[in-house]
Structures are given as C-alpha cells and as structure tokens.
Ligand binder design. Structure first.
Ligand code: DGJ
Length: 716
C-alpha cells in the first residue's frame, strides 16, 4: 500500500512485510529507509551532516544539504554528487548538468511499457520531477503488492522542450543504502556453466556486473544481492535486485566516502545513447528490488513468488508443464522422417507427453552452417513436412513442438541473399556459429520473421516452441538508423525481440514458448514475462546441473528451469551418472528428456516412466512450493527442499558428489518446516517433530559417486 504524509512530505511504500520510505526535502527526493516494516514516523531524525569537506552545495535557495552526501532516489550529474549518476543527459549546447526537483505525484497510476516486459498489477506511485536546468521531466515509478516483498521501479524521461536531448545514461533505479559492511553476491558463468554464485566483500569504489553482448548473457546474470553482516542462507538481512530486461545491462554497488552504498543499474551505458526529440519520452526497463530478513533463502523465495505471481504469464505460471522429449541430444542434425517417427514412438514409451523437434528441420540445414532465417520445412529430410510428425504425436496422445532461432540469419540462406543488410553490422562481420544477428531494430525485419513463424503456427500442429538464440551482437550498426543514432541499436533490437515475442504469444496463446540461448544465456525476468520456462543450460550432466540449478535458484523459481534427463556418459562432460541421479536432478524444474529412448534398456525405460509418474505427483511443489537450499554443491553436498506453502508436503533432493574412503557421517538439517508439525519421511522410516528435523536433522545417506536421494516428506 502507498501512503503520502503531506505534512512531512513523505512517501511510505509497503509490501507484504517491508517499508520503503522517502521524502521530498527542499525539492529533492531524500531516500530514508528500505527494510523491515516501520511506522509512518517521518524519519527526519535520520538526516545526517549536510556536507563533507569538498562537497559542493546547491546554488542559493535550492537546498541546504549537499547532494554529495544525500541518499537519493535517482541521482543526476554535475550537481556535486560525485557518486555515479543514474541519468546523464546532453543538451544541444553540450551542457550535461541536471538538477531534478519534485513537481507532483500520483498514486494509482499505470505506465505504458510498450513491448517492454514488466510486472503486472500492484499499486503504483508516480513522482514527477523537473530539471531546473533544462526542459526535461522525469517520472519515477514505484509499484508494490500486498502479497509479495518486492517493489519495482522504472523511470520515464520526457523532453518537454523544443530541442532534442541526448540520453547518455538512463538507469532504472537508484537505491542509496546506509553505511554498513556489505557483501555482494552475483551469478557469473559461461556457456555450459551458468549462474555460479559468488560472494565478495564490498570494498570502496564500485563493484559492477554487466553484459555488453546485446543479451543478458551466460557470463553474468542481471541479478545482484547485497548482504548485511551476518547474512546467511536462512538468517540475516539482504537485498536483491533483478532487472526485468534481457539486453545489455549493468548493475553496480558503489561504496562511497560516507560508507553508504549506492546500488543502481539498468541499460548498459556502454555504446548507448538515445536521441530524445521534442515531445518524446523514453521508458527504462523495470527493476525488481527485494528485501529479506530471512537471509538469501528468504530473498530467493520472495523473488520466486514475485516472478510467479506478477511477471510470468498467469496462463502458465502455475500450470502443469508438458513433459518434453527433445530431439537435440537424441539425434542432433542427423534425422529424416523415419528416424523422427521412431523417436516419437520411443518418446511415448518414456511417458513424455510432448515431442520437440530441435534444430535442423528447415531450409536445407544439415549442420550449423546454413538456413537460419528460412523457416520452411526441409523437404529433402522431411518429405511429408511436419504434418506426419504431429499426426504421429497425436496418435500417442502427445503434443508436437518445434525449435526456432527467430533472431538469426545464416550467411548461407535465402533470407541473407535477399536482404544482406538485415543483419546487424556491415561486412566483414565477426564469425560466430556461422550466423549473424538479424536487425530487430527495423520493424520490417520483425514483421517478416513474424510472418514466417505465424505461417507454421497457424497450421495448429505446433503446441510448443523452443526459442533459441546462439550468438551475441558485434559491429553494433544498423542500416536503418542514421549515423548519430547508432547508440540506440542494442536497446531497439531487444525491443524488437520483445515485440515479436509479444505478437506471437498473443496470437498463439495456446502455444507454450520456452526460452533458450545456447542453454541459459538469456535467463532473466524479461524473458520470463513472455516465456514461462527457459532451457537452463546446454550442460545436461547431473552433477553440473545440480550446481547450475542451485545457482539459478537464487533469483528464479524452479518452475522456470527446464531440466531434462540426458544420456550417460554425458555428452558435455563425458561423466557417467546413474539414471536415478539424472532423474532426481531433472525433477527440480520443468522436467523432460534429452536422449534417444532407443538406447535405453527396458529397466531404464521403466525408470523413465516411473520418473514421469512421480514427477506428476510432486509437480505442484515445483510450481507453487517454496525452495529451501540446505547444502551447497559449490561447497560439497547438494540438497534442496521443496515445501508446500502450508508446510505439509515436501520433496527433498540431494547429491553427495564423490565417495571418500572412511568418510564421516554428515548431518543434514532441514529448513522451513513447522516446528510443531509431526513429519514423516517414509524413505527413512522417520517420524519426528518439525523442530527435531530442523535442529538435529537427518544423516546424509552413503551413496556411490554422484548418487542422489529424493525423499517425500509429509507433515501434519
Ligand atoms: C543451443 C540449445 O541450447 C540446444 O539445446 C540446441 O537447441 C541447439 N542450440 C541447437 O542448435
């Protein structure tokens, strides 16, 4: 709920259990508190010293506190605040200073995001500021929900003058936190090794994570947490920020001379500049800000609830997901109609309910050198097109899905021959998987790709689309933009991607779109707005996946992670793992298969069917439950507990890594349970009170290398 105290000029934004407070002081927005729920008491006694040595003061009559020390809601440039600004504007005469003053506010408004993904619903506050030095206005938007502990923010910059203004930087938010010792936690990685959590003390200066690749990337996820001293998995305070954005981004935490920390971010300012004509406005992506007093676990659960309740499409957020058998690791490019028909028959024997035909079905694609952009069936491979495949799926009461890579074009393609200038950049371009990125900043390119995909989806044969993206942008240049506006390309491109995603998901609402980018290279809240699940990683090895899924869970719900059982030895790592281990790890998300059932023994086929049966039973926990991380695979054992909201049903999955001779018995203490409930763990023959399992725990089983366990827990 949002409340404005007009006597004290103070805004109170309250979510499920937090307060976010700021006031208008001498025209400036002064940040006062973000944390546990507080009374509506003004907090004016928290005003600190008005300046430090070498702090510049605002001009006479415009404030008695230096902006250098004031905790701010959105920091401008050139006004004596030497911390990193949130916005940097250049006017026609080259001036860059701006000083934003409060003008008005409105509670209960909406914002026009266009195709930009954003959280749905909630109560929104808009605070309008005016630059006293130029004809620019700024709207700061804040949204809160009663059912979650997240607040979203974004900004709109409006040119109210008659001359264009260049936006050199426009972050989504600025959060000035009080002096304290903080640690940061980010999710870094690489292809086949996404989202490893890394925790580091925040030193003076700026800690900055970013992507300048035109996509959120495998290398760094648009999520940053700030941990106060003593913050652990289930105790202590922390903040988390995640961008509802899939393009080049930055998130930073800057520890200044006052020991306060400025957290901010949004579109990466590197190579970004946007010309804002008279009368135009610019909308930044949205950022989700979360506060937890229950450690990192509480933070993850709040973010998971927020994404499921307000970002992921309500049609899919809590809906049972299909159990897919995907053709990629089963046959790669090597297939024809007969081979696929028998793969579908095999898929039916595993218990899967959807068969997805991955790369290689279009143009004349026999490997990765050709045909992206030519989204017509490769009739030399599939003589009857896709209809017989969809029909065979129907015969087994299964659905049919298809892979696309809509944003790409191969140099060897009809599309590139017809429109070489539709690719971003000018030749010679950097090579990457023999393909170029289509210039989605040009509406005609988006329109063309929409037409191609829509034609196939209109047949009604396709119930599932896997939307892949296998290279990042280089030579950032568009033939469709004038010389002075090339800095707009990367953001315009991702807006084009969103436009296509919006049109396709609106026009084909029954089709489930799964996101993918060489695995989890675009695993972010922006993509989740359109695609309820994302292929988590191209690494399908159970041990590696335990780490990747564990890391991903810091910022995203398990239901967003697509997790398949693959062959052993694994194709990426060469590691052999038991079928049960692959099944247990793959049950912690939207499950499926990434293998050829023809290679499975009868016993393994039965295990596959059993996996699907059990998964169907516990799937509500993946879709709706809370996740408790019990042991980190980055430190040794892996264990997580999925617990229903009423704490009556649980699913505990773990993996013990490598066997060690004479290893000691290790205890696993549970979390999240109700102390006064009595819980039964049938697999262990244990019946015990919640507090016993929380404080004394159970023993980890002794298992072979990479062995896993999966236990159901019932409480009352
Ligand atoms: C990368 C994806 O992550 C894989 O699953 C597969 O779809 C390949 N691309 C196909 O080229």
């Amino acid at each position: 709920m949002i409340y404005f105290d007009k006597n004290r000029n103070t805004f109170y934004l309250e979510g499920k259990s937090f307060s976010y407070v700021f006031s208008v002081e001498e025209g400036y927005l002064h940040a006062r508190h973000f944390g546990g729920r507080v009374g509506r008491d003004g907090l004016t006694w928290l005003n600190g010293a008005p300046a430090m040595a070498f702090s510049a003061m605002p001009p006479a009559g415009e404030g008695s506190t230096s902006l250098d020390v004031m905790p701010q809601e959105y920091a401008s440039f050139g006004q004596g605040d030497y911390r990193t600004p949130s916005v940097l504007l250049e006017r026609e005469d080259g001036q860059t200073a701006s000083r934003f003053f409060y003008l008005s506010h409105e509670v209960g408004c909406t914002s026009d995001f266009g195709a930009l993904p954003h959280a749905r619903g909630g109560q929104t506050l808009k605070v309008t500021l005016k630059d006293v030095l130029s004809d620019v206005e700024l709207d700061l938007f804040y949204t809160v929900w009663e059912d979650c502990d997240v607040l979203t923010r974004h900004a709109v910059i409006r040119n109210t003058g008659s001359e264009p203004v260049t936006i050199c930087r426009a972050y989504s938010f600025c959060l000035d936190l009080p002096a304290d010792r903080y640690e940061t936690l980010c999710l870094h990685g690489h292809h086949c090794g996404e989202r490893s959590p890394e925790r580091t003390p925040l030193s003076h200066g700026t800690f900055r994570i970013e992507s300048a690749r035109g996509a959120s990337s495998h290398q760094m996820n648009p999520f940053l947490a700030l941990l106060r001293a003593g913050c652990g998995e289930e105790t202590g305070e922390c903040y988390g920020v995640e961008l509802v954005y899939s393009g080049s981004f930055v998130l930073s935490a800057e520890r200044s001379q006052t020991e306060g920390v400025r957290v901010q971010g949004g579109i990466n300012a590197l190579n970004f500049c946007w010309s804002l004509a008279a009368g135009e406005d610019f909308v930044t992506p949205e950022a989700a800000l979360c506060y937890s007093k229950e450690g990192l676990g509480g933070l993850s659960r709040s973010l998971a609830d927020f994404l499921r309740l307000h970002v992921i499409s309500p049609k899919w957020a809590f809906a049972p997901r299909p159990v897919v058998l995907n053709s990629w690791e089963a046959v790669y490019f090597d297939f024809d109609e007969a081979k696929l028909l028998s793969l579908i028959d095999g898929a039916a024997r595993t218990g899967a309910d959807t068969f997805v035909l991955d790369d290689g079905w279009f143009g004349c694609r026999g490997d990765d050198t050709t045909s992206l952009g030519d989204w017509r069936v490769n009739l030399s491979k599939l003589k009857g097109g896709i209809a017989p495949l969809a029909a065979r799926c129907r015969k087994h009461n299964m659905k049919f899905g298809l892979w696309f890579e809509p944003e790409m074009v191969s140099e060897k393609s009809e599309l590139y021959r017809a429109h070489p200038d539709w690719a971003i950049g000018a030749p010679p371009r950097c090579a990457c998987r023999n393909q170029y990125v289509l210039d989605f900043s040009r509406p005609e390119v988006v329109e063309y790709v929409y037409g191609q995909l829509a034609e196939i989806l209109k047949t009604g044969d396709v119930a599932y689309v896997k939307w892949d993206m296998n290279r990042h942008l280089t030579e950032f240049w568009s033939k469709g933009l004038p010389a002075g506006r090339q800095g707009e390309l990367a953001h315009r491109h991702i807006l084009g991607v969103y436009t296509l995603a919006r049109r396709l998901t609106e026009d084909f609402p029954e089709v489930l779109f799964e996101g993918c980018s060489g695995g989890g290279g675009r695993f972010d809240a922006g993509m989740l707005y359109y695609f309820p699940q994302i292929w988590t990683s191209d690494n399908t090895d159970a041990y590696a996946r335990a780490k990747i899924q564990y890391g991903t869970s810091f910022a995203y719900p398990m239901s967003a992670m697509s997790c398949h059982i693959s062959a052993s030895p694994n194709h990426q790592t060469g590691r052999s793992t038991p079928f049960s281990s692959r099944a247990h790890i793959a049950s912690l998300g939207a499950t499926g298969f990434e293998l050829n059932p023809a290679a499975l023994s009868e016993e393994e086929l039965e295990m596959a069917r059993e996996h699907v049966r059990t998964y169907r039973e516990m799937q509500p926990l993946v879709l709706q439950g809370d996740l408790y991380r019990l042991a980190s695979p980055f430190e040794g054992d892996f264990a997580v507990l999925l617990l229903s909201k009423d704490k009556r049903e649980g699913y505990l999955v773990g993996m013990c890594g490598l066997v060690e001779a004479g290893a000691y018995d290790r205890r696993l203490r549970l979390a999240g349970l109700r102390e006064d409930f009595v819980y039964e763990i049938p697999a262990l023959g244990i019946v015990a009170r919640g507090d016993t399992l929380l404080h004394a725990g159970v023993l980890l089983p002794r298992l072979p290398d990479f062995g896993t366990f999966a236990w159901r827990i019932h409480g009352k």
